[in-house]
Design a protein around this ligand. Structure first.
Ligand SMILES: [Zn+2]
Length: 159
C-alpha cells in the first residue's frame, strides 16, 4: 500500500479489526520510511451495482469516488474523515438494502444530500449544487438564502 505521505510502498500493519457489521476489515498501517500512519479498508468487491449517470452512461459504483465527492463538499468544514467514512458506509448499506443492480446517480446524490443535511449545511449546499448541476437554480438559491438567514457564512468559494 503506497504511503499517502511519502509514496513509499513499504509499511507494516499495526492494527487490524473488523467493522461493526463485519463487512470490512480496517487496517492501521505505519509507513516504514516516514513513520506516518494511515488506514486502509478491505471490502468484498461489489460488482453488482451499476450507476446510471445523468447522460445515461453506465459506470460501476465506486466507493472511492463517492468518498471523494463528499470530501470535496466537506472541504474546510469541521467534519472528520471518520464522519465522511460513516456517511459512505451508511449509503452503501442503503444501496444494498434497495438491492437493485442499476441505480441512477441522482438517487445516490439524494442519499448523500440527506446525510449531509444532518451534518453540515455548507457541505450540503455545496454537494447539492454539484449534484443538481444547477438544473434547478431557484432551488439552489433558496437553499443558500436559507443558510444566510440562519447566520451561516454565505457560500463564496467557486472553483
Ligand atoms: Zn511514508
Amino acid at each position: 500500500m503506497r504511503c499517502p505521505f511519502c509514496g513509499s510502498e513499504k509499511d507494516k500493519v499495526v492494527d487490524s479489526r473488523s467493522s461493526k457489521d463485519g463487512s470490512a476489515v480496517r487496517r492501521r498501517r505505519e509507513c516504514l520510511r516516514c513513520s506516518e500512519r494511515f488506514t486502509t479498508y478491505e471490502y468484498i468487491e461489489n460488482v453488482s451495482l451499476t450507476i446510471i449517470k445523468n447522460d445515461q452512461r453506465r459506470e460501476p459504483f465506486d466507493r472511492q469516488k463517492l468518498m471523494q465527492g463528499i470530501s470535496t463538499a466537506c472541504k474546510k468544514r469541521p467534519i472528520s474523515m471518520k464522519k465522511i467514512e460513516s456517511i459512505v458506509d451508511k449509503i452503501e448499506n442503503q444501496l444494498e438494502k434497495i438491492g437493485k443492480s442499476e441505480i441512477p446517480s441522482s438517487e445516490i446524490g439524494k442519499m448523500v444530500m440527506a446525510e449531509l443535511y444532518e451534518v453540515d449545511e455548507v457541505a450540503y449546499v455545496r454537494f447539492a449544487s454539484v449534484y443538481r448541476k444547477f438544473k434547478d437554480v431557484s432551488d439552489f438559491i433558496s437553499e443558500v438564502k436559507e443558510i444566510e438567514l440562519k447566520g451561516e457564512a454565505p457560500l463564496r468559494d467557486k472553483k
